[in-house]
Design a protein around this ligand. Structure first.
Ligand code: M6R
Length: 614
């Protein structure tokens, strides 16, 4: 997500900060900034911030030359609180310019703190939670930089990594870590730190990985590490051997694999903050029974994988809420004559929030009176801005063209909405509601355990590597999942793959099944296991080479073994939520097949990450 860097030493800081920010660009961001303590008496903190790319910062600072000074901090921001504007970009200055702060994470109690500061006469230039920290530092300053930092840390709740400058102590930076990464780098005549090792390895390979609750005082000659209570800690220096490009990808060969592996944390971010005291609390809005009862139908609209997430979400919403859900490709919906009025809730699903067809469908439906709920990843994106309500998926930046954590977090939020709406509509008694919340809480762990299938999928990949066609079959929720599995394989391995609702086979498609035809049978829906088995038998009888994906330990699933050449056991989850774990081996399989075929995994041919044209 966001990137932080701090440098203090004998050389000019700004060019080093800019280069570090550029190295962290791959993480995704929407604005950037630097702050440098300028030499002279009195010292001053100078600041430059831009919405958009680090290139803009290079331009505005004349490649750093316009910002002389040997101590400074920098930041790339991925918007959370407040739009990605110059004002909201970090670092933030305190009222009189005494402190500058760059921050990754969230200050949970920033609202009451801001109220207190406003009452004391502080004014704010941004909508961010971070500016509160800069003002708090100034408000609590007693002439001792370190004591002031400690005091402010005791006042704030949340997760963070900070880089803090103080005009009165022009060579020192404080680096603070709690639930957000920060790595210290030891140099000769300088010291630096960053949220990402890629920003350090050009300068030093001797690093200290900070632990949560620690803070560090960084000067040109020393790094002192402290525990939360201020007691000094030894520096555990390790030597980094990663190349810069490997470090960017967190040590993975491709962004896609990195993002697959990030899914448990991403799903956790999408769900856990919204599950408070066994209640689902939506972000900044709620819907009453009357609001929901007003809707006669829900339309979900999206493109590509987001559309398949919508298909899977449909089953959960219909089952739990009893409302009809129509899932429409945005490119079709925008030109259709489907009756839409103010009794329709449109749910627009999009990772980027910029997909042209989805945006156009949202505008069309809004104009016809529909209320719009956006489920998007990118904060303040065009679709988020059009919507009446937004549920962010909090997947973090997704770089690989093939979506993985974008998709699973969309599923998580759709499930969350289904349970929320069913409860508001009075369709769940307390026990059922608590039970479903308990199941939602288990999803990150189920995704984590599905990642253990990586080696098994690598071993499975050679069976698919030379296939001309692969068929993905599934029923109900599994049919949505089969579609996502087929799309993943198609887009990164260039193997023709088709997904079919398994019951449809005998209406035509089965004519394509011959001896050795590869079939991926997705059989995770426990209620329909017997039916899925009958379809497996149909293709097996025609000689298909079946790989079946079944829930581990599900009674009855052992029968599939008699007809499938291979069984992949996925974590066993309740029917409507099962897809979120079962999709993981399908992503991994596509990845390993594409890798064996030597394909360009992160940037497949002919594809763009965000399709912002029709
Ligand atoms: O940004 P969006 O979620 O709106 O993008 C929609 C599709 O373009 C996207 O899911 C696409 O299908 C992916 N490449 C699939 O991996």
């Amino acid at each position: 997500m966001c990137g932080i860097i701090g440098f203090t030493g004998l050389k000019q800081a700004a060019p080093i900060l800019l280069e570090g920010l550029a190295r962290m660009e791959y993480r995704g961001y929407d604005s950037a900034g630097v702050a440098v303590v300028s030499a002279g008496s009195p010292a001053q903190i100078r600041l430059e911030k831009v919405s958009g790319k680090v290139a803009g910062l290079y331009e505005k600072t004349e490649n750093g030359a316009a910002f002389p000074g040997t101590c400074g901090i920098g930041h790339t921001r991925w918007a959370t609180h407040g739009a990605p504007t110059d004002f909201n970009a970090h670092p933030h200055l305190s009222q009189s310019g005494l402190f500058a702060v760059a921050h990754n994470g969230i200050i949970e109690n920033f609202v009451p703190l801001k109220k207190e500061l406003l009452a004391k006469g502080y004014t704010f230039k941004s909508q961010t939670d971070t500016e509160v920290v800069a003002q708090l530092l100034e408000d609590n300053y007693n002439g001792d930089f370190q004591q002031t930092v400690e005091k402010v840390l005791s006042l704030i709740d949340g997760s963070y990594a900070f880089a803090i400058l103080c005009r009165e102590d022009p060579q020192t930076i404080f680096a603070v870590k709690k639930n957000s990464p920060l790595i210290l780098g030891q140099g000769d005549g300088f010291n630096l730190f960053a949220s990402d090792v890629t920003a350090l390895v050009e300068h030093t390979r001797d690093v200290v990985y900070m632990e949560d609750g620690q803070y560090a005082k960084v000067t040109p000659d020393s790094i002192e590490l402290f525990a939360e209570d201020g007691s000094p800690l030894p520096l555990a220096v390790t030597r980094v051997t990663l190349s810069v490009s490997a470090a960017e990808k967190g040590g993975y060969e491709h962004f896609m694999m990195k993002e697959i592996m990030e899914q448990p944390e991403a799903v956790e971010r999408a769900l856990t903050p919204r599950l408070k005291n066994n209640e689902i609390v939506l972000d900044g809005f709620s819907l009453t029974k009357e609001d929901l009862a007003h809707f006669h139908k829900i339309i979900i609209t999206a493109c590509g994988s987001a559309y398949y997430a919508g298909l899977a979400g449909k089953y959960a919403i219909e089952k739990l809420c009893g409302l009809p859900v129509d899932v429409q490709l945005a490119s079709e919906l925008r030109y259709s004559d489907i009756p839409i009025d103010d009794h329709c809730l449109l749910i627009a699903v999009s990772q980027s929030g910029e997909t042209a067809d989805t945006l156009a469908a949202v505008k069309e439906c809004k104009a016809k009176g529909a209320k719009v709920l956006a489920i998007v990843n990118v904060v303040e994106s065009a679709i988020a801005k059009q919507a009446d309500h937004v549920l962010y998926t909090w997947a973090g930046p997704e770089v690989a063209v093939a979506t993985t954590k974008g998709y699973t977090t969309q599923l998580a939020v759709l499930y969350l909405f289904a349970v929320y709406a069913a409860h508001v509509l009075g369709r769940l008694d307390d026990a059922a509601y608590a039970g479903l919340i308990g199941e939602l809480r288990q999803l990150p762990e189920a995704v984590r355990s599905a990642l253990k299938l990586d080696c098994e999928m690598e071993d499975l990949a050679p069976h698919f590597k030379d296939a001309e066609h692969v068929f993905f079959l599934g029923r109900n929720t599994d049919s949505a999942l089969a579609m996502e599995g087929a799309l993943k394989l198609k887009e990164i391995s260039y193997i023709h793959a088709e997904a079919y609702a398994a019951g449809e086979l005998k209406h035509g498609t089965i004519a394509l099944i011959d001896k050795g035809t590869p079939v991926a049978a997705v059989c995770t829906n426990e209620a329909l296991l017997e039916k899925s088995l009958s379809n497996v038998i149909e293709v097996w009888a025609r000689g298909a080479d079946v790989t079946a994906f079944v829930p581990a330990g599900l009674p009855g699933s052992e029968q599939v073994r008699d007809y499938a050449a291979r069984i992949v056991e996925v974590p066993h989850l309740r029917g409507i939520f099962a897809s979120i774990a079962a999709v993981v081996p399908l992503q991994l399989l596509a990845y390993h097949v594409a890798k064996l075929r030597g394909c360009s995994i992160d940037k497949p041919k002919n594809l763009a990450k965000s399709v912002t044209v029709e």
